[in-house]
Design a protein around this ligand. Structure first.
Ligand code: 4NP
Length: 163
């Protein structure tokens, strides 16, 4: 069975679709696309059904990453479905945990920046109301964090590389 990762931000049109597609890019490069599956969601319902933000897609395209997908909202069933849930910022983290009222899945929820190595920051900042450079920063930070995350997943699930 594939290892399942869910990336979560507020709107699911900027940061989490970037994380999802960057991660898929790294997974393909590593030849693990049949073993690790990615998805993304938003804590809010603001942009359900929308494609990724154009400014975010432009920043990703500079790194040869195409942003695919449509926004959806995080739902209770996701806690069971996914092995790891990665929050972009502290607010997302608390909003995710608020949905899991019995804190049954606390161990699955992490801040994605915990997996970064070059960047020593806790959060992926919301680029929505800022300038172009904010979107570029999101991509660079996520490239670093997703590389660390892939290493973590490979090391924590020996089954992944064995078959
Ligand atoms: P995201 O960015 O959470 O990275 O998708 C945002 C997108 C939309 C809004 C805020 C953040 N909004 O307020 O509509």
């Amino acid at each position: 069975m594939a290892y399942k990762l869910l990336f979560v931000c507020l709107g699911n049109i900027c940061r989490s679709p970037s994380a999802e597609n960057i991660m898929n890019h790294l997974i393909e490069e590593a030849g693990l696309d049949s073993k690790i599956v990615c998805d993304s969601a938003g804590t809010s319902s603001y942009h359900i059904g929308s494609p990724p933000d154009r400014r975010m897609s432009a920043a990703a395209a500079k790194r040869r990453i195409k942003l695919k997908g449509r926004a959806r909202q995080l739902q209770l069933a996701d806690f069971k479905e996914f092995d790891l849930i990665l929050a972009m910022d502290n607010q997302n983290y608390w909003d995710i945990l608020a949905l899991d009222r019995q804190q049954q899945y606390l161990d699955k929820v992490h801040l994605i920046c915990d997996f970064a190595s070059r960047y020593k920051v806790q959060e992926v900042p919301d680029p929505y109301y800022g300038g172009k450079e904010g979107f570029d920063y999101v991509i660079d930070l996520l490239l670093d964090a997703c590389a660390g995350l892939l290493e973590y997943v490979i090391n924590s699930d020996a089954e992944l590389v064995r078959q």
